[in-house]
Design a binder for this molecule. Structure first.
Ligand code: A2H
Length: 261
């Protein structure tokens, strides 16, 4: 755990079709996969969402009546941050209200509506390097800006044997091209920096943690501090300047929530 609290944005990806057999436990509340991000201004470029196949996720009832899918650890944090409600057990212990439990593998293939995304529907795909001790255990995917996301989406597109192993259908990944969102002026990376660095460093898969760590060092800060928006109402403005504005708009519209850890 770091010393300084980190300010995340929880992006609410609405599950467009909840399997009917889950509804008995869930009631009729709206269900969201909630992804913790440091880069809310990049949400125009979402192409999918990632879950850890062997990870345990809960469906937690929030104060709003909405149901958030995330780790138990993050649901507890959400209760302390007033998003969720603690229930008291007969033992006196307090815990978040969990309506249903599923593994990440059970979530793979869920169709989602992602705020600001260019695609009407995106899908939950596996990512084998997700940490369940960070954020919500759910990562939204912006392959134009994040080398992890680019490498992982490409893995599902190009590896039929992995798709088979994790029950990933081609139509959940193949049609989703990188969506450009920002430009880094005077840079070799142009407007799809994650793709450029992954190709330059010959990153073979999203499991290549060492190379990806180096790739991230190379591009993350440049995109944020030198980047200029290419899409959306703030096109032409500096990424750094519009981040807090876009974040607040998402929160005001009920499409995101503030979250710290
Ligand atoms: B970021 P930090 Cl476009 N396991 O969001 C692995 N990665 C996780 C995670 C988890 N449990 N929870 C969140 N993340 C990712 C967007 C993005 C992100 C872009 C560019 C850079 C970037 C789209 N994915 O992160 O270690 C999420 O990816 C730069 C580090 O807690 C989240 O923000 O500081 C970021 O890692 C949080 O990383």
């Amino acid at each position: 755990e770091g010393v300084n609290p980190q300010q995340y944005t929880l992006i609410k990806l609405r599950v467009k079709e909840v399997p009917s057999e889950w509804r008995a436990s869930l009631g009729d509340g709206e269900v969201f996969l909630v992804a913790a991000t440091l880069r809310p201004e990049t949400m125009y470029g979402q192409t999918n969402c990632f879950v850890l196949p062997e990870g345990d996720y809960g469906f937690f009832r929030m104060k709003s009546g909405e149901i958030f899918v995330c780790t138990r650890r993050s649901a507890l944090n959400m209760c302390y941050q007033d998003l969720g409600e603690l229930q008291e057990l007969p033992s006196g212990a307090k815990e978040p209200v969990c309506l249903l439990e599923k593994t990440g593998q059970d979530l793979v293939g869920l169709p989602l509506q992602a705020p600001l995304a260019a695609y009407d529907t995106v899908y939950a795909l596996p990512m084998l390097t997700i940490s369940m001790q960070k954020g919500t255990g759910i990562v939204t995917s912006v392959p134009a800006e994040s080398p992890d996301d680019y490498a992982c989406l490409l893995d599902w597109k190009k590896r039929a044997n992995w798709r088979e192993q994790y029950s990933v259908k081609e139509e959940w990944c193949q049609p989703f091209d990188v969506v450009e969102i920002l430009e880094i002026p005077d840079s070799q990376f142009g407007s799809t920096s994650a793709q450029a660095i992954c190709e330059q460093m010959k990153i073979e898969s999203h499991k290549d943690k060492e190379k990806l760590a180096a790739a991230k060092k190379e591009v993350y800060l440049k995109g944020f501090y030198a980047g200029v928006m290419k899409v959306g109402p703030y096109a032409g403005q500096k990424v750094e300047d519009v981040k807090p504005i876009i974040r607040q708009e998402l929160i005001d519209q009920g499409l995101a929530a503030a979250y710290w850890e």
